[in-house]
Design a protein around this ligand. Structure first.
Ligand SMILES: Nc1nc2c(ncn2[C@@H]2O[C@H](COP(=O)(O)OP(=O)(O)OP(=O)(O)O)[C@@H](O)[C@H]2O)c(=O)[nH]1
Ligand SMILES: [Mg+2]
Length: 228
């Protein structure tokens, strides 16, 4: 029997953290699940909610200070004990109901890495600016690494345990998305994409991303291409 580790980076998500846990609990993946929540020292009441979670299948790690999504994912990877590791953001932009589709290529198709692509079927509900930004960074990845992906910044990334072990990640911020993709390709792994639905949130709803971060990710793609 395999186990799935769901890694949830969290920073100031008091409005959605309980609902995302409920949704993760609700999905049947045909195997045991553990949830690893890595909180970047939230200040909005999220931590108080997490403190009350006393469950054997949920591990809560509170970082001493906010270090970025990348640092949180790296911590989550270290703590995970599952055979398959999956990243899930704590907002409600992508839905745990997708897990069976994300896991099927690994469980039934011999794949080792699956990305849930928000753009495989077009732009959907994504605002035009954010869509173009995502297109640009994915294009840079495709050109520099000779791949044909549609969404490298998706949070729904799934890996077998040995793929994660060989990744050796170093990023602390959002450039982790580019680093994960780059290291997987450099390690000779193939990334398999499946389409997922995406419900983008607005800045009022807590969106933290800004085009400057997109630029940083773009620079990091170039860096990862030409350094080890
Ligand atoms: N532990 C930790 N988690 C973070 C940090 N920054 C963001 N996160 C979490 O990482 C996930 C992704 O962050 P988001 O701000 O939703 O980033 P995004 O989905 O790429 O962009 P928007 O939702 O459009 O802002 C969310 O669950 C955040 O709460 C951080 O510094 N530390
Ligand atoms: Mg988000």
């Amino acid at each position: 029997m395999k186990r799935l580790s769901v890694i949830v980076p969290v920073y100031n998500e008091k409005k959605t953290i309980q609902e995302i846990i409920r949704r993760i609990d609700h999905v049947d993946v045909g195997m045991e699940k553990e949830i690893i929540i890595v909180d970047g020292c939230s200040t909005d009441g999220t931590r108080e909610i997490l403190d009350k979670l006393k469950r054997k299948d949920i591990k809560v790690i509170i970082e001493k200070k906010r270090r970025g999504k990348g640092a949180a994912i790296r911590t989550g990877f270290k703590e995970a004990t599952g055979d398959i590791l999956l990243i899930q953001d704590a907002d409600l932009e992508v839905h745990p109901a997708e897990y069976p589709y994300l896991l099927s290529p690994i469980l039934n198709g011999g794949k080792r890495v699956v990305f849930g692509s928000r753009f495989l079927k077009g732009r959907g509900l994504t605002p035009r600016g954010s869509y173009i930004g995502n297109k640009l960074i994915t294009m840079a990845m495709n050109v520099l690494f000779f791949v044909n992906l549609t969404d490298i910044a998706t949070c729904h990334k799934v890996f077998t345990r040995d793929v994660v072990k060989r990744m050796n990640l170093r990023s602390n911020g959002f450039e982790i998305e580019a680093e994960i993709t780059a290291r997987i390709i450099k390690n000779g792994e193939r990334i398999y994409e499946v389409p997922i639905d995406y419900m983008p949130r607005t800045h009022q709803e807590g969106k933290k991303l800004h085009w400057r971060i997109g630029f940083k990710v773009l620079m990091s793609i170039i860096k990862f291409r030409f350094t080890r």
